[in-house]
Write a protein that binds this ligand. Structure first.
Ligand SMILES: Nc1ncnc2c1ncn2[C@@H]1O[C@H](COP(=O)(O)OP(=O)(O)O)[C@@H](O)[C@H]1O
Ligand SMILES: [Mg+2]
Length: 405
């Protein structure tokens, strides 16, 4: 399949208003979910699928959502698109509150103008050509002049590399091409937000790659893309990855810091960890004190400081979000081997996991324990060699002396 990404079609009617941006909505997040609960009721009883989800997605982000089958991914997307409604909670998309003072038909019209939706099984109308399929949303939302619609549809098919297939029926092209056409259709009304539910789930890896390249291009053009996927190789290509486990979101810092945990374990850490903030330059841990937690960095830069001979500070490392500290003390002994502070330029946000919860976690995840052991060992050795050069680390001499040799 020939595939090239062209520049976005020139569009004289593309204004702030048609791209969904007005001066009021420009500063607001693209998606803002507050305390979303979704309960399905049937003969067997009630089933809570979403258990109080808070999620904010900014404009221009490329977000992947992953989770086991049945964890609530599609249900969550249906809240964002207005296809289904939450049992409790508030949904704001592109500055519009979807479920307050709106009925189904208001939402349907709003959807047609504000977002493009891409499904796993394309859902093209089989008796219409690709070009006609792409024109449908313009007809439905009554956007663009009647005469302009075929031209715009062809521009969009050209954008996805399908100009030669425009007159063909969906079943006359490959599955990868059907999905590209479905994306062209999702872009028909030039929505600022694209929502895709396992868009590559039914494609070979090469076609999947093309879809992601196209999404990436659209994000660079200023669109927001939210994509549910099973494929972990695709999540590396998005700017943000959200994990849902059994109807609850895993803290993104936990997922980034402890990637070897199972989703269920990440969720436990999410619930147990305590959030702490520190002002720029503020001390977080002094040297030689009892360390009672494992600290994960959510925001800002943390400096690990050794005291020099003439009491000048030596910054031995600067840790950034996704990194951690405290593991050396929890694994080797309990006194801090260096002092820790927030860097001077930004506040620091940490997630702290209490000692006992940390030990339980290591017991349940041998792979995580192995990784943390290696890092702790490496850090001790580094500090030890600095110590020989005249800096005091305060490492307690009775801790595992042999392993430091
Ligand atoms: N309309 C519905 N009525 C009852 N239960 C549903 C309905 N839709 C989804 N569920 C249930 O909600 C759970 C989450 O479903 P879904 O959001 O489709 O998961 P995912 O997309 O992550 O695989 C599943 O257990 C599913 O059976
Ligand atoms: Mg699903």
């Amino acid at each position: 399949m020939e595939f090239t990404i062209r520049n976005f079609p020139s569009n004289p009617t593309k204004t702030l208003a048609t791209s969904g941006l007005t001066t009021e909505t420009q500063g607001s997040p693209m998606i803002d979910l507050r305390k979303i609960v979704k309960i399905f009721k049937n003969a067997a009883g009630e089933f809570t699928v979403l258990k109080g989800i808070d999620l904010t997605i900014q404009r221009g982000q490329f977000v992947s959502i992953v989770g086991k089958s049945g964890s609530g991914k599609s249900t969550l997307l249906n809240m964002i698109t207005g296809i289904d409604h939450p049992t409790h909670g508030q949904v704001c998309v592109n500055g519009t509150d979807l479920y307050t003072g709106k009925n189904e038909s208001d939402r349907s019209l709003w959807r047609g103008r504000n977002l493009g939706i891409v499904f796993q099984f394309f859902q093209m109308l089989p008796m219409l050509s690709l070009l006609e399929n792409v024109m449908l949303p313009m007809d439905y939302a009554n956007m663009y002049d009647f005469d302009e619609r075929p031209k715009r549809a062809l521009e969009l098919l050209t954008l996805v590399g399908l100009e030669k297939q425009a007159r063909k029926l969906p079943l006359a092209v490959s599955t990868g091409q059907q999905q590209l056409a479905a994306i062209a259709r999702a872009l028909a009304t030039n929505p600022p937000l694209l929502v895709a539910d396992e868009p590559t789930g039914n494609l070979d890896s090469r076609s999947a790659d093309h879809i992601i390249e196209l999404f990436d291009q659209l994000v660079r053009e200023g669109k927001t893309v939210v994509m549910v996927t099973h494929d972990s190789s695709l999540t590396a290509r998005t700017t943000r990855n959200i994990i849902i486990s059994d109807g609850e979101l895993i803290d993104e810092t936990v997922a980034k810091t402890l990637p070897l945990l199972k989703h269920r374990q990440m969720l436990v850490v999410t619930k147990k960890a305590e959030r702490m903030t520190f002002q720029p330059g503020q001390a977080i841990l002094n040297r030689n004190i009892h360390v009672d937690s494992f600290f994960m960095i959510a925001q800002g830069v943390v400096e690990i400081v050794l005291q020099g001979n003439k009491s000048e500070d030596l910054i031995v490392s600067r840790l950034v979000p996704g990194q951690y500290f405290g593991e050396v003390e929890l694994l080797r002994g309990d006194k801090s081997i260096a002092s820790v502070r927030a860097a001077a330029d930004n506040p620091v946000e940490l997630l702290a996991l209490k000692r006992d919860d940390f030990y339980v976690l290591l017991k349940e995840s041998p792979l995580t324990e192995e990784t943390l052991e290696k890092v702790a060992q490496q850090r001790l050795e580094e500090n030890r060699s600095l110590d020989r050069r005249g800096h005091s680390t305060g490492v307690q001499k009775d801790y595992d002396e042999t392993s430091l040799a």
